[in-house]
Design a protein around this ligand. Structure first.
Ligand SMILES: Nc1ncnc2c1ncn2[C@@H]1O[C@H](COP(=O)(O)OP(=O)(O)OP(=O)(O)O)[C@@H](O)[C@H]1O
Ligand SMILES: [Mg+2]
Length: 404
């Protein structure tokens, strides 16, 4: 080819060549990489240095993406049977509505931060994770890790977060299905959806995460549906049995009492996640309010307001505090919490809420008399923006006026 013509040719087509290479490298294999290397070397030889470099850069970024791809993370699961899930794998759908039966999450899409629980729960969870991390070693001595786990407990306590975090620790993709999404009003479709979902999960190396597992139980409320319920529960039992030695299955529910005992028994491990203890609420508040800084009596006061609430409530309150303290830098924490109590009636205990929203003196008295939190006069004074001596004078004056 004549030089001038060659240059024109390159200018005209290189953008397309580059785009083609980029698309091919999105799902690279040895043959693709080999051909692009050949092209790069020819370009270099013919003096198209800039173009050769741009192909080099494409290959480099594809290599680093490859290093982070799920298949590289799955190194320790060589012995786990099944095909590899990729971003291209198609999910079966509900025949009636065409909605996918589940979502796929790769380890990098899952939460990195461990949920915060009491130490004993944290230790129990770590045991499950460790068993799966040693999967191949266990297999060498003919043992396998627990293959299923039911996580149950009050709403908003971090169960779904925990299930996803466990999956990230284990390091294989998750097939996440909300059972509600598999249910259909067409006779037989729910069972078919369950069957198809499990067939899909059994085909691939994955963790099957069944969220809102109790949805099946809701069918029972409909007397018309007795036959259908039986069919669905049977399918579910058979499907759960079919998961043995296929991969880890995690069920999550906050209505464990609605679960059929036979389903309950199918799970090797059952973990109850209770509402957070006082110590956990304090850790959650510190975690969620960061980078805002509260002193110990303020954190204790926030925990007092949230007593008996869930981790999700602590997260919600923290967002509220961030907004309040950004909009008005010098806000008083007691005033902010009164607003919170007023507009979040379900998140603050009714008795506490009524007193908080009534008279400050009653509010102070309630805090001072709290046996669990044992606030000192100086804590209350700093919360209400007073000096301790002003606070005691104020309270004694108030008591005197009450006597009149
Ligand atoms: N113990 C916890 N540690 C960390 N984050 C938590 C904790 N509890 C709740 N959260 C946070 O609260 C939110 C709700 O949590 P999640 O959805 O996991 O709760 P859940 O128990 O599955 O609730 P539900 O029963 O309503 O499905 C999430 O943003 C989660 O990160
Ligand atoms: Mg949940």
């Amino acid at each position: 080819m004549e030089k001038v013509f060659e240059n024109d040719f390159m200018l005209k087509y290189f953008n397309i060549i580059q785009a083609l290479s980029r698309s091919a490298l999105a799902t690279p294999n040895e043959a693709i990489v080999h051909q692009i290397k050949r092209l790069k070397e020819s370009l270099e030889k013919d003096g198209f240095t800039k173009e050769a470099k741009s192909l080099d850069a494409l290959m480099e970024s594809s290599e680093s993406a490859l290093d982070m791809s799920p298949s590289k993370i799955q190194r320790s699961f060589i012995a786990l049977k099944g095909e590899e899930l990729t971003h291209k794998t198609t999910m079966p759908v509900d025949k009636e509505t065409s909605t996918p039966l589940a979502e796929i999450f790769f380890p990098n899409d899952l939460p990195e931060k461990a949920p915060i629980f009491d130490e004993n729960i944290q230790l129990a969870i770590q045991t499950i994770v460790n068993e799966w991390k040693k999967f191949d070693e266990l297999l060498e001595i003919n043992a396998t890790p627990a293959s299923s786990c039911l996580i149950y407990g009050a709403p908003g306590t971090g169960k779904t977060h925990l299930a996803k975090w466990i999956a990230r620790q284990i390091g294989i993709p998750v097939v996440l299905a909300r059972l509600e999404g598999l249910m259909s009003s067409y006779l037989g479709t729910t069972s078919r959806n369950i069957g198809n979902l499990f067939a899909f999960a059994n085909r691939y190396k994955c963790i099957l995460l069944l969220d809102e597992f109790d949805a099946i139980a809701k069918l029972r409320n409909d007397p018309q549906e007795v036959g259908e319920v039986k069919r669905v529960v049977n399918t579910l039992l058979q499907s759960l049995d079919s998961r043995h030695e296929k991969g880890f299955t995690i069920g999550v529910t906050n209505h464990e009492s609605l679960l059929d005992p036979a389903i309950w028994r199918r799970f090797d491990i059952q973990i109850e996640i209770p509402n957070p203890s006082l110590e956990v609420i304090i850790r959650l508040l510190k975690h969620f309010t960061s980078p805002l800084e509260f002193n110990e009596s303020e954190i204790k006061f926030l925990a007092w307001c949230l007593e008996g609430s869930s981790g999700a409530d602590a997260e919600m309150l923290s967002k509220w505090l961030k907004r309040a303290f950004v909009i008005e830098k010098g806000s008083n924490i007691v005033e902010v919490m009164k607003q919170f109590a007023l507009l979040n009636s379900g998140r603050v205990d009714t008795k506490k809420r009524n007193i908080m929203l009534h008279r400050d003196e009653d509010f102070m008295g309630l805090l001072l008399n709290d046996k669990v939190f044992s606030f000192k006069q100086k804590d209350i004074a700093s919360l209400f923006g007073m000096t301790p001596s002003n606070l005691s004078k104020h309270l004694s004056k108030f008591k005197d006026s009450e006597k009149i």
